[in-house]
Design a protein around this ligand. Structure first.
Ligand SMILES: [Zn+2]
Length: 292
């Protein structure tokens, strides 16, 4: 190869490298950057979903959520609420229009009327920790049927769940709370049990669940047993949520209770489960909430 040929060869090689390697590489890089930017743009919606109740137009729950939030629009600093010192002035009595909603929000702020009694209480046909014929095992009919289906599905996988406690009247809660005040003092009682009217058990949409693995007790240890793990992962498919998850006391006002499950309906429970939020976050408009 003479010098001229070599020079031409070098030029040809450079063009070839440019054509075969550099250009496709550059195009690939441009595409890759585009895809990454695109993904991060669309992916960022996820953070918003977790802490928001923003509902897209046509969403079937939008109207109900909005109407449920209406009577409490005067509580802009709910998240900063001091649960340890709450008094009568801070309490909101739940309006009659919302009492029978499967999404009714009952907590340390929102109180059920003393005379509220769900009209459709039935005894679910499920195994019980303390004998079956117990009026405190009653639930509202839809929730009872859902509980039966859920306990049946667990049994199909070899897991036996027991109901420990369902509906509890205002008077029974009053008695229970007073018992804790008498035995443990007022401060401890406020943490250990709900004030009358502030217990979800009065809605008839709640049960405490236990199993032989925890000796029929209501204990945090239930979360680490196969029954508790199954419940946490599957309850939403039957319309239930674990109402007081671990580490969410600042939002719910109640410590971890892996045994206390609340019926809200399948789509709502699935949304709450998949987005890892609590009922308060589902009901309240997004701007009230910050990242917990
Ligand atoms: Zn409970």
């Amino acid at each position: 190869m003479d010098d001229a040929t070599r020079a031409r060869y070098k030029v040809w090689m450079r063009r070839r490298i440019l054509r075969r390697i550099v250009m496709p590489g550059a195009i690939f890089l441009v595409l890759l950057v585009g895809v990454v930017i695109g993904l991060s743009f669309f992916g960022s919606d996820e953070d918003d979903i977790i802490y928001s109740n923003e509902v897209t137009e046509g969403d079937e729950f939008a109207t109900e959520i909005e109407s449920l939030a209406q009577p409490v629009s005067a509580l802009p600093t709910y998240q900063d609420f001091d649960f340890s010192t709450y008094d009568e002035e801070s309490i909101v009595e739940i309006g009659v229009d919302y009492l029978n909603s499967y999404l009714v929000l009952v907590n340390k702020v929102f109180r059920l009327p003393e005379d509220y009694l769900p009209e459709d209480l039935v005894l679910p046909e499920v195994l019980s920790a303390w004998g079956h014929d117990n009026t405190n095992h009653r639930m509202r009919e839809t929730a009872a049927r859902a509980l039966e289906a859920m306990f049946g599905a667990a049994r199909d996988e070899g897991l036996i769940l027991w109901i420990a406690s369902g509906y509890r009247s205002f008077e029974e809660q009053e008695y229970k709370h007073q018992y804790f005040i008498d035995t443990h003092g007022l401060e401890a009682a406020e943490v250990m049990s709900a004030r009358p009217g502030h217990s979800e058990h009065q809605t008839g949409l709640v049960v405490d669940v236990t199993a032989a693995s925890v000796s029929a007790l209501l204990t945090e240890g239930f979360a680490n047993e196969p029954e508790g793990m199954w419940l946490r992962e599957n309850a939403h498919q039957f319309g239930f949520i674990v109402r007081y998850p671990y580490g969410r006391m600042s939002l719910t006002g109640v410590g971890y209770e892996p045994w206390h499950i609340r019926y809200v309906g399948v789509p709502e429970a699935t949304y709450i489960f998949e987005n890892d939020i609590v009922l308060e976050q589902y009901i309240f408009p997004v701007q009230r909430w910050e990242q917990p």
